[in-house]
Design a protein. Structure first.
Length: 80
């Protein structure tokens, strides 16, 4: 909620610790656990324009509105 000012106690302490020589002083997280994202449909009411998000499930590959056979549709949204 709002822009980060950098004046919070933790930010001040981190900047002071990083100052000078010695490289990175705190651990930087690299081990990403998830390999997929949840597919979410953004639905909009055609009458009142109200929007809601409908989560489906986790998947690496998702196509919306394609036929069962190998045919391209104009509504194909692909996620990998």
């Amino acid at each position: 909620t709002g822009k980060k000012t950098g004046k919070a106690q933790g930010d001040r302490r981190y900047e002071k610790k990083q100052k000078g020589f010695g490289g990175q002083t705190k651990p930087v997280f690299h081990k990403k656990a998830k390999t997929t994202k949840k597919i979410v449909l953004k639905l909009e009411c055609s009458k009142c324009k109200a929007k809601r998000m409908k989560p489906i499930k986790r998947t690496k590959h998702f196509e919306l509105g394609t036929d069962s056979k190998k045919g391209k549709s104009e509504h194909a949204g692909k996620y990998r």
